[in-house]
Design a protein around this ligand. Structure first.
Ligand code: NAD
Length: 503
């Protein structure tokens, strides 16, 4: 990126450029609302240019036909470069998305893991699956090929991590792509495109257009020369993407929101250690990254007999969370990403209180302090007790630091509550009873189920949602398959006439 001007954040055909319109956007640090970077504000025309370059690179370039081992070697080089730049990228992610520096660093480690995982996976696939055609005169094999030009649209909460779950498998499979990061957190994706070039990716294979969803994103989703669109974001935008993609019958993958239950049985808290762990993890489930996590455990569903003890301790610890600028030592939780996100959170809390929820912690903006500028988008971790399914705050994704509490008396009731959502991304069950753990896990209609844990994911295990949490899967073998076409090659080694027609 040497010589690249600050606002040249659009990458087309191996070149960095400004928006065709010349428009730019300031990127704000959510901890103080001050601009700290400027990027190109692309539009539909920039998207068209990027798709044309990616199309050429796919139709004429070497990448789709590059041997798998070479593609994998490039992915591994990218992982090494990510490790080299971990500190710089972690800091950028922290400032851009408002997360703590440590979270930013962990994100970069996970990004490098994704590149390594897909490198190993694609090599391990081998050269296709030979099928027994029932005749020694026939050689029949099923092979995987790249889909083509992929449009990759990503959200602001885990900017580089979400991008890597798409970019790594897309490249491993031999595709070319245009990525559109969230307009409010594009910086690490811009940096990654530089690393791909440094690792030796041929020009044109990777494209990037910074800009808004309703222009750049919408154009990519409908573009006739795009073969696949993979989208991570909210339900409303995801629905628009699916509609826009329908006319050209693209492959569509959607990773959408969640309203994720954390079910706690009293037996999980029979010992002091069990209680401490379940409370600690409920706190982490709901409040890490200020709750701006698709799989946030934002619905605590706790056995009635345990409720008061559990919620009292949870509220005490929520009140003690140290909020501040993510780059400051000792800060445990950063601000929300934008004023809009905070206003949305405040509206949900106000509506819940009006509907009868009882405030046990938070519920307001914190006092400014040395680590919390008054202009930052901070909001206190909030616990709302006495909630029920009729409340919007229980049904809809807040995407902020808000935990609702519901209770149950029986196992059936717990399962019914946990499944009573239009989403189905993730959920957890806490119990000391192994049989109950397996029973409940088996009945939960969610793409990931944790037993006595919350939040871990593995690159080798599929991630995705039931219901309106999405279509398709990322990570794991299915996360590579999204980016592959399957072709059956049937070779007759001894061709003869079939004589169907007498002729
Ligand atoms: P968003 O839907 O507002 O935006 C996501 C991306 O889509 C952005 O790049 C945006 O510019 C673009 N976009 C917006 N409208 C578009 C349109 N009409 N056509 C094409 N692109 C469009 O979501 P967000 O606020 O950035 O992210 C938060 C959401 O993402 C939450 O709902 C969260 O649950 C979800 N999410 C899901 C996962 C998952 O793995 N399932 C992971 C992270 C985030």
């Amino acid at each position: 990126m040497a010589g690249q001007q600050a606002e040249q954040t659009i990458h087309v055909g191996g070149e960095w450029r400004a928006a065709l319109s010349g428009a730019t956007r300031e990127i704000l640090d959510p901890a103080d609302a001050e601009p700290f970077a400027v990027v190109a504000e692309g539009d539909e025309k920039d998207a068209d240019l990027a798709v044309a370059a990616a199309r050429r690179a796919f139709d004429e370039g070497p990448w789709p036909h590059t041997p798998v081992t070479e593609r994998a070697a490039l992915l591994r080089r990218v992982a090494d470069l990510l490790v080299r730049d971990r500190e710089e990228l972690g800091l950028l992610e922290s400032r851009d998305a408002g997360k703590t520096l440590e979270e930013g660093r962990v994100d970069i480690d996970c990004v490098a893991d994704a590149f390594r995982y897909f490198a190993d996976l694609v090599v391990g696939e081998g050269g296709g699956r030979v099928v027994d055609a029932g005749s020694s005169d026939v050689h029949s094999v099923v092979v995987h090929e790249p889909v083509g030009v992929c449009a990759l649209i990503t959200p602001w909460n885990y900017p580089l991590l979400q991008a890597s779950w798409k970019i790594a498998p897309a490249l491993a499979a031999g595709n070319t792509f245009v990525v559109k990061p969230s307009e409010i957190t594009p910086l690490t994706t811009v940096a990654l495109l530089g690393l791909l070039a440094e690792a030796g990716l041929p020009a044109g294979v990777a494209g990037l257009v910074t800009g808004p969803g309703h222009t750049v994103g919408a154009r990519l989703a409908e573009h006739p020369d795009v073969d696949l669109v993979s989208f991570t974001g909210g339900l409303a935008s995801g629905t628009k993407v699916a509609r826009a993609a329908a006319d050209t019958v693209k492959k569509v993958a959607l990773e959408l929101g969640g309203k994720n239950p954390n079910v706690v049985f009293a037996d999980a808290c029979a010992t002091g250690e069990g209680f401490d762990t379940a409370v600690d993890q409920a706190l982490n489930a709901a409040f890490i990254h200020s709750g701006q996590v698709c799989s946030a455990g934002s619905r605590l569903i706790v056995e009635e007999s345990l409720r008061e003890r559990f919620v009292a301790e949870l509220a005490r610890r929520a009140n003690a969370i140290r909020l501040g600028r993510g780059t400051e030592d000792g800060v445990e939780c950063g601000p929300l990403v934008s004023e809009q996100q905070r206003a949305k959170t405040e509206a949900y809390v106000a509506a819940a209180l009006a509907e009868g929820a009882v405030l046990r912690a938070g519920g307001k903006r914190p006092e400014p302090s040395g680590v919390r500028p008054a202009t930052g988008y901070f909001y206190e971790p909030t616990v709302l007790d006495q909630c029920h399914r009729g409340m919007r705050v229980v049904r809809e994704e807040v995407f902020g630091p808000v935990l609702t509490v519901e209770t149950f008396a029986t196992e059936d009731e717990a399962v019914a509550l946990a499944n009573d959502t239009e989403y189905g991304l993730a959920g957890a069950v806490w119990t000391a009873d192994a049989g109950r753990a397996r029973r409940v896990a088996g009945r939960l209609r969610h793409g990931t189920v944790w037993i006595n844990d919350f939040h871990p994911y593995l690159p080798q295990a599929e991630w995705g949602g039931f219901g309106r949490s999405g279509v398709g899967r990322e990570l794991g073998p299915a996360g590579l398959a999204e980016y592959q076409e399957t072709k059956h090659v049937y070779q007759n080694l001894a061709p003869k006439p079939v004589r169907w027609f007498a002729g």
